[in-house]
Design a binder for this molecule. Sequence first.
Ligand code: NAD
Length: 461
Amino acid sequence: MFNRAVALMDLPPGLEEKIRVCNATYTVRFGVRLRGQIQTFTGYRSVHSEHMEPVKGGIRYALGVNQDEVEALAALMTYKCALVEAPFGGSKGGLCLDPRQYEEYELEMITRRFAYELAKRDLIHPSQNVPAPDMGTGEREMSWIADQYARMNTTDINAKACVTGKPPHAGGIQGRTEATGRGVQYAIQEFFRHPSDKKKAGITGGLEGKTVVVQGLGNVGYHAAKFLSEEDGCKVIGIIERDGALVDPKGLNVEAVRNWIGKHGGVAGFADGKFVEDGSKVLEEECDILVPAALEGVINMGNAANIKAPLIVEAANGPVTAGADEILRDKGAVIIPDMYANAGGVTVSYFEWVKNLSHIRFGRMGRRQEEARHQLIVDELERLSAASEVGWELTPNFKEKYLRGAGELELVRSGLDDTMRTAYQACSKVWNERDDVTDLRTASYLVAIDKVATAYRAKGL
Ligand code: NAD
């Protein structure tokens, strides 16, 4: 995919290769005493590009974690950060383990030891390398990592900025947990604001009533499906999980399915909809928007030809293989690529990092002042209304809504929405204006690689 894009660019000799390669990958093996014996774990932290520092990227806990995967995901982080103008290089980490096999206190011991091994080599560091959550990790793990780093760097006043995705009470930011799913929603909303792009996918009308199939009801998939159904009027007609899928043409209640999974570990047995044991078959269901939000490589040469959705939104990283990408392009499907679609997480991580470094919550200084100024206008409107012979009234709720100054969550959502819109517009422009660019993925790569190349040109090697 990278090669397809650089073939259309005019980069100085050698720069293409410099950008392509992964700068460094650190492999660590460490032992933890668990259940009466020593267990050895293998972990990675890969740094793809340091054209900007710190480098940024999640830490994944999964059995399939390996060096190739971590390096590919680190590269994707470089382009993702460049595309959404988060001032970071790209990195990624992973630990080979299935977190569901361990008790919470065991996971804490493993996470702290992994964090120690990485921090010791500045592979966790507020100005060098800042991890975040990914598959199999969340607020809890980030909180342990932050605490471990702080214990090792007791005088570092910026210690909290060593990792993002922390819970709000431990240095996190409002809206980080929902951020990637929220970003997926904003990405789809922005796509729907571009008539020429919708036309390319053969989609008409607005989001209201559009049918959605989502794979993976974890952090990203759950939030994306919840917001699309509760706020945009979409109908989630299919949910695919580890143990199978649920299909209901009338639309599934995302919240209820999520609660069911929380209690029973899977979707089987849920009261509504039809249970399909071979969940991956539901990727081929007739729908308007397909949102793979679980694993990589799920849409591949084996099933790409059967995918019917005209719009595929890569909420997960790498859900469509290069071969499948070609088949889908030939079929005329539009793919909103991972590099852009799931960039909401790193965008809000950027806000969290800035918050940690500035040591103040967003909105704290300006909120009441903003409210006071709005109050002036409302008072004046009410005075004019009382003085007017016609006698008019403010719309119910107007006062309440207008008077309320923006708190941290509103500001985070506003910054995220702006970021997602701006990045989409840059990609869409390239897609629509260049005859040699026929898909959004290539357009995104062009925008992102150009920014990385510009940074290298400016600062030298
Ligand atoms: P998660 O662990 O919270 O959720 C993953 C979900 O997928 C779980 O519900 C799991 O049961 C389900 N799943 C696993 N195997 C499956 C299978 N074979 N079929 C169907 N469902 C399956 O992970 P997440 O954080 O939501 O991440 C999902 C994807 O999004 C990953 O590709 C990740 O790299 C990407 N991503 C995450 C973030 C973030 O902020 N968390 C940011 C950017 C990208």
